[in-house]
Ligand binder design. Structure first.
Ligand SMILES: Cc1ncc(COP(=O)(O)O)c(C=O)c1O
Length: 354
């Protein structure tokens, strides 16, 4: 049987060694004679594991001391609301960039909690590029970006300068490249692409922003309470955090985000080169904004998409269907996708076109 390569956009491929360690922990966590699924989040081994995971996040991204690292629930989707709810006071202004479906969802939620200005949008061109020139509000508290647009396959390769500070949804490119955390007030990401399974959301937040709002928030939606309790206000998703822990160990062994960024560039180049050279396929995305994580491509002259998807599936290349809102194909090549997987895909594209 062919080896299976999962090009799904999320939940997505995880490193094989991480899956093995996770499955071992389900039976017997680190020799404690118990499944990790049964262990109290307040037991010493689990508290130590969560503390270590936080340290691994901090090491991987060089997070400065004046930031808090939180492991929350509710996905990146809850952060769309929780961030403006916690940061904006009354009718304060935040600027949002509209670069894809997830940005649009973030905007919709934020509008409930502040005065939201959409300062740019690439919607009219089906989100095929990242707008570079746009005005920002003088009174802006923050500028929100989606660092990588999972559905459309665009990525901010250079972050804009905000009048206030940046807030970024990094769900689909966290830990794929170095970032200067100092530029950001908040970075957030659902785990299920580059970190682990769904169920845990990473939030990296500058301490002075915690407790900034004057709203009376429900405890579960209050960063101040989660920060005060070190992400243990209620039962945290211990198993999901453990998988993040193992993934970050794996990242560290491979040389961290700098080494990973190099690997990601090599993988993406292989695939984009094939898309450019193969007369059967083309990219709908502006060249300078193409994502290193999610690579959409379409038939140059139309054709039977299902036939190509079946052809790939027979070779172990699965979950290549484009997002339902755009069609075509999309190969998600996150950190854990081996170069060999991209090579098999490129070979399949080449043979198919013959
Ligand atoms: C960029 C981006 N933001 C947000 C989300 C939503 O994340 P969640 O399902 O964790 O709420 C996704 C999910 O695919 C995403 O790709």
């Amino acid at each position: 049987m062919n080896k299976i390569y999962n090009f799904g956009a999320g939940p997505a491929v995880l490193p094989e060694q991480v899956l093995k360690q996770a499955s071992e922990a389900v039976m017997n966590y680190n020799g404690h004679g118990m499944s990790i699924l049964e262990m109290s989040h307040r037991s010493i081994p689990i508290v130590e594991m969560i503390t270590e995971t936080s340290q691994l996040v901090s090491d991987a991204l060089n997070v400065p001391d004046n930031y808090k690292i939180l492991f929350l629930q509710g996905g990146a989707s809850l952060q769309f609301a929780m961030i403006p709810m916690n940061i904006l006071r009354g009718n304060e202004v935040a600027d949002y960039t509209d670069t894809g479906g997830w940005s649009a969802k973030a905007i919709k939620e934020a509008k409930r909690y502040g005065n939201i200005d959409v300062v740019c949008s690439s919607k009219e061109t089906v989100y095929n590029h990242i707008p570079k020139v746009f005005d920002q509000s003088d009174t802006q508290q923050y500028l929100h970006i989606t660092s990588n647009n999972t559905i459309y396959g665009t990525q901010w390769h250079e972050f804009p300068n905000a009048n206030g500070f940046l807030v970024a949804d990094m769900s689909s490119d966290i830990f794929s490249r170095p970032v200067n955390v100092n530029k950001f007030g908040v970075i957030y990401a659902g785990a299920q692409k580059n970190m682990g399974p769904a169920g845990v959301t990473l939030v990296i937040i500058r301490e002075d922003l915690i407790g900034r709002t004057e709203r009376d928030l429900p405890s579960m939606l209050d960063f101040a309470i989660h920060a005060d309790k070190d992400s243990m206000f209620n039962t945290p998703p211990v198993f999901a955090i453990y998988v993040v822990n193992r993934t970050l160990h794996w990242l560290k062994e491979l040389g961290g985000v700098n080494a990973m960024h190099k690997k990601n560039k090599i993988k993406a180049k292989l695939l984009y080169d094939e898309i450019e050279q193969n007369p059967m396929f083309k990219s709908p995305i502006a060249e300078e904004d193409r994502s290193l994580m999610n690579v959409p491509f379409i038939f140059t002259d139309g054709g039977d998409e299902q036939h190509f998807l079946d052809y790939c599936a027979q070779r172990g290349l699965i979950t290549l269907k484009g997002h339902r809102s755009v069609g075509g194909f999309r190969a998600s090549i996150y950190n854990a996708m081996p170069k060999a997987g991209v090579e098999v895909l490129v070979e399949a594209m080449r043979n198919y076109s013959k």
